[in-house]
Design a protein around this ligand. Structure first.
Ligand SMILES: Nc1ncnc2c1ncn2[C@@H]1O[C@H](COP(=O)(O)OP(=O)(O)OP(=O)(O)O)[C@@H](O)[C@H]1O
Ligand SMILES: [Mg+2]
Length: 334
């Protein structure tokens, strides 16, 4: 198989959000950050023309397999926006909802840490994976319940670079070869129960998964949480992955917040709403994904919170205009 085709297969298997979803996310980011498109392209290391054409929605439009043409740029944009969220998002001070998926993930992270086992969290885009992982990791670390090391695998990241980052995030010197880094992680983290939470784990190569399994296999028996798209479950079902499978306690298939949870979130965030408005907003937050060749529809938490943000901005707009009015009058009188 050619390198280009290999790369295409890899990018397809990442289970990336659709163009429409990522363009909405990129536009929101541009609005909130105040960055221009050229600044964003420069920071991401891609040509401005490519970003412009893609955000205008005409990247490979009207051609067969249009979604495949944008795989590379979607992978880059998602990586960039996720990295931004991770380093700048004040997520602990934003509203948090105890949804049933959050409760399940929380219980699994704690069990993985206590008992040195692994869980797989398989969820399409926007189904609360990152939010839940980071929230539970903060709870574990802030309340000294143990040690949680949250990691996000980047697109095409090499196993050694993944381990270097793991060492850095765990506060351990990160030099040496793969074996040395594994030994250091085992040695320095043996004093406390530790869970490694690996987000976007579908981006790990088979060698990367193998390296991670070595951390699970021997004392001090780290707990491991793998979070990612459905392709990760498919990879782990492969016969060569028997050793991984025998260590997985459970796989959680996330399907987004339930209709009831979404309704409660909307009403709490936006106040009283008509039944029709509630249903329409939830309908707009419905997203489609493929699972085992079947189309699955689910409520995307990301689309729901984006809709809430837009509604709040629309509600605030008349107030801002009204507040500006007296100034204009005063200026006129002067
Ligand atoms: N329980 C929750 N309470 C409050 N906000 C939430 C909750 N779950 C998710 N969110 C918000 O919804 C958005 C999407 O969630 P999140 O980033 O966790 O999805 P994800 O499954 O990691 O998506 P992706 O696969 O695209 O990385 C985020 O802005 C997040 O803060
Ligand atoms: Mg995520």
């Amino acid at each position: 198989m050619s390198i280009a085709r290999d790369r295409m297969q890899y990018l397809k298997a990442l289970g990336l959000p659709s163009d429409a979803e990522l363009i909405r996310r990129a536009r929101n980011f541009l609005l909130e950050s105040g960055l221009t498109q050229s600044e964003m392209a420069e920071l991401m290391g891609i040509p401005i023309g490519t970003l412009r054409v893609w955000t205008s929605g005409s990247y490979g439009a009207n051609v067969p397999h249009a979604q495949d043409n944008s795989l590379s740029i979607r992978a880059k944009v998602k990586d960039y926006l996720d990295q931004w969220d991770e380093t700048h998002d004040d997520f602990l001070n934003r509203p948090h909802y105890q949804t049933s998926d959050f409760a399940t993930i929380r219980a699994s992270v704690l069990d993985a840490m206590e008992n040195g086992v692994a869980y797989l969290v398989d969820g399409p885009p926007g189904t609360q994976k990152t939010h839940s992982f980071r929230r539970v990791a903060a709870e574990i670390n802030d309340h000294a319940k143990g040690h949680a090391v949250y990691m996000r695998v980047r697109c095409e990241q090499a196993p050694s670079s993944f381990l270097v980052e793991c060492c850095i995030r765990a506060g351990i010197p990160s030099r040496g070869n793969i074996d040395q880094m594994i030994r250091k992680l085992r040695f320095f983290l043996s004093g406390r129960r530790t869970v490694l939470i690996v987000d976007e784990a579908q981006a790990l190569s088979k060698t990367g998964l193998e390296v991670l399994r070595q951390l699970l296999d021997e004392p001090p028996y780290f707990g491991v949480i793998l979070g990612g798209s459905h392709n990760l479950s498919v990879t782990l079902q492969h016969w060569q992955m028997e050793q991984w499978r025998s260590r997985l306690r459970k796989t959680h298939l996330l399907t987004g917040p339930s209709h009831r949870e979404a309704e409660d979130i909307l009403l709490e965030q936006l106040g009283p709403m008509s039944r029709r408005d509630v249903d329409d907003t939830i309908d707009e937050a419905m997203t489609e994904t493929m699972r085992d060749s079947k189309r699955v529809r689910y409520i995307s938490a990301r689309a729901l919170f984006d809709a809430i943000r837009s509604a709040k901005a629309a509600m605030a707009a008349p107030a801002v205009e009204a507040a500006a009015q007296p100034e204009l009058q005063e200026a006129g009188a002067a």
